[in-house]
Design a protein around this ligand. Structure first.
Ligand SMILES: Cc1cc2nc3c(=O)[nH]c(=O)nc-3n(C[C@H](O)[C@H](O)[C@H](O)COP(=O)(O)OP(=O)(O)OC[C@H]3O[C@@H](n4cnc5c(N)ncnc54)[C@H](O)[C@@H]3O)c2cc1C
Length: 388
């Protein structure tokens, strides 16, 4: 299937997307199924992603990144996820943390982290979720207590992707547990591995295999005052909500990529597979299903690129990002289930890729804020913008 039309990208950005697309076709798709089934860490592919500049897409050129538009970032993410969603997951949290440091970091934090994050020499992840909950982030229990030298961190984070590979983890913690509202007592600490920080276990998962998702225990972990993102305590909740706008666009783009892979495999299969003396796409039930799948994929991409443009426009993009993430992930869930139907029994086979798409799809519904939370964001924004 031809690559989607890419609106509003300059020629350099089109080239970046095309290079990643070709790499995915040549180097990722042929090996993804075996790596996924063996749950093998894709070390060589991640090194290639570093060489391709994928880890520096969201980092300004002044710090060694390529500083591409968010639409280009989303379309690269789509291509990676089309090959193997785990690869897009291996650069998602990294890019959000890079954006947090770019937007809110001190000069010293930018100089220290961004050049190394841009090449992938250092990798980043974010730790928000706790065993007690991920939706209600104002209720987190991880505590950053001020010490003479900086902070002491105590608490447990869970479901943290790329926790072992990350050199820096942006941890959401309470610096003032008594603050009212609670969000004003939350800060982000840029932590590195050291005594008192243990990646305690890798969580078994339905999909998103190959890359690790872990629990992290902080028990008397000490860091300097310069670990605080920015200069002021109590800004972490607001900072993270800003960072998650990029994260939600990234998850939407992952969903578009997985759904597109499911559509492309189904379109090919429906022309090759025959039943009752004709290719199955000629049976209206199958043909219409494919038409609906393609329409959902295109609509999801349009919403994602629109949200990307809103983010680059400088205004608030939480409404557009929430809609993109909500629609694209639900579309992905539907399209991957439809792909199984198109493939009949082979859709259930581990020798085909569609079963992987089907297992990967639910993560996009849950991750970066569940779709129920997106709906809460959307309705709050609608009422704010259109008061009766
Ligand atoms: C594979 C994987 C990777 C992840 N990677 C990361 C990561 O790198 N970093 C990180 O910090 N987190 C990560 N997460 C965690 C993820 O962000 C959370 O799982 C998600 O935010 C939901 O939190 P929860 O699981 O605690 O669900 P809960 O918050 O307990 O929610 C349970 C259910 O209640 C619903 N619900 C809760 N509150 C409301 C409400 N106010 N209105 C309506 N419905 C509501 C939810 O929609 C959901 O259906 C990852 C999760 C997975 C599965």
């Amino acid at each position: 299937m031809a690559a989607p039309e890419i609106a509003d990208l300059d020629p350099d950005e089109r080239d970046i997307v095309a290079v990643v697309r070709d790499w995915v076709d040549g180097s990722v798709r042929p090996v993804a199924r075996d790596l996924e089934h063996a749950n093998t860490y894709p070390g060589e592919l991640i090194e290639e992603m570093k060489r391709l500049g994928v880890y520096g897409l969201a980092i300004p050129q002044a710090y060694g990144g390529s500083g591409v538009s968010t639409a280009c970032f989303a379309l690269v993410t789509e291509e990676l996820a089309r090959g193997w969603m785990s690869l897009a997951g291996a650069m998602g949290g990294h890019s959000v943390v890079a954006r947090l440091i770019t937007t809110f970091g001190t000069g010293a934090q930018k100089d220290h982290w961004l050049p190394r994050l841009a090449t992938g020499q250092a990798r980043a992840t974010m730790a928000l979720t706790e065993p007690g909950g991920g939706s209600d982030l104002q209720a987190i229990r991880t505590r950053a207590t001020a010490t003479a030298a900086g902070y002491r961190l105590d608490g447990v984070k869970t479901w943290i992707s790329n926790a072992r590979a990350a050199d820096v983890t942006a941890v959401l913690a309470k610096t003032d547990p008594d603050a009212v509202p609670a969000s004003h007592g939350i800060s982000i600490l840029l932590t590195e591995k050291g005594p008192g920080c243990t990646v305690s276990r890798d969580l078994p998962k339905l999909g998103y295999k190959g890359v690790e998702t872990c629990e992290i225990v902080f028990d008397g972990y000490e860091c300097g005052r310069d670990a605080l993102l920015g200069t002021e305590e109590g800004q972490g909740f607001r900072q993270m909500m800003g960072g998650l706008e990029l994260g939600r666009i990234q998850v939407a783009a992952r969903a578009v990529g997985v759904a597109r892979a499911a559509l492309e495999d189904s379109l090919r299969y429906a022309q090759q597979r025959e039943a009752f003396g004709q290719p199955i796409w000629r049976h209206q039930a199958v043909g219409h299903r494919l038409a609906d799948m393609a329409t959902r994929v295109d609509a999801a991409r349009l919403l994602t690129v629109r949200a990307a443009a809103a983010l680059d426009g400088g205004g608030r993009s939480d409404l557009a990002a929430g809609m993109a993430k909500l629609f694209a992930s639900e579309a992905c869930l539907q399209v991957t289930a439809d792909a199984i139907k198109v493939h009949g029994g082979y859709g259930f086979s581990a020798e085909f890729d569609v079963e992987r798409y089907y297992r990967d799809a639910p993560l996009m519904v849950v991750g970066e804020g569940t779709n129920d939370i997106q709906r809460n964001v959307i309705i709050r924004q609608l009422v704010d913008r259109y008061p009766a």
